[in-house]
Write a protein that binds this ligand. Sequence first.
Ligand SMILES: Cc1ccn(O)c(=O)c1
Ligand SMILES: [Zn+2]
Length: 260
Amino acid sequence: GHHFIPFCIIISPSVWHKNYPVAQGNRQSPIDIVPHQALHDPSLGPVVLNYDQCTSMNITNNGHSVVVQFDDSDDRSVIQGGPLDNPYRLKQFHFHWGEKGCHGSEHTVAGNSYASELHLVHWNAVKYKTFGEAATAPDGLAVLGIFLETGDDHRWLHVITDALYMVKFKVSTTVNCFNPKCLLPSSLHYWTYLGSLTTPPLHESVIWIVLREPIIVSEKQLGKFRMLLFTGEEEDQRIRMENNFRPPQPLKGRKVRSSI
Ligand SMILES: Cc1ccn(O)c(=O)c1
Ligand SMILES: [Zn+2]
């Protein structure tokens, strides 16, 4: 038969360290959050999200997740407060999910994982000129992590999940005026710790803010994420995009602080 050379080689997290030695570094993400071992820090104020609704630009299947990208040319959409010393600009949000049930989140809570995890990625435009520069600095990025649990339909997530069929393959399509504030849970209680990107290059540049309260989405909505493909339209092999989550990494002495 003809020789098939897959364009899409899925590299498993356990071998990332070969090309990215920092994978075995001292502030890697995600981690298992143990609530009773987290330090309540009264000096931690509330996280404040000032998202302008019309900075969203497109939704893209980038071959390892589905990403909604934002216009980060000014401070219209920022996160501030909490553990952050200044406002961080919203750049994109994306999801991590499993192939079924309650596995798919990156962070776990007392050993329990959720069905999915939403990451809102922000960068420190006060101290750094570009996202790329910020992504390699220890205080360059701030990622807000939100757990997704299955239950009823999430009325606003529909805007995203109803568009996923358009980005089944590695393509992009426009999205306008989507305000991610509609994806927040009611409580902004959070845990925070110093960590990293959870995909290569795994830079140790992220101040993590993980919300305790999950948002509820339906199994049907989650199923639409699993319909996405890692592969492009031109490829013979179709590989479903699922299990795009990194397992928890060693804490290496880090302290997790909690708000409220
Ligand atoms: C910048 C970046 C890239 C990948 N992931 O998973 C993140 O959470 C953040
Ligand atoms: Zn992520």
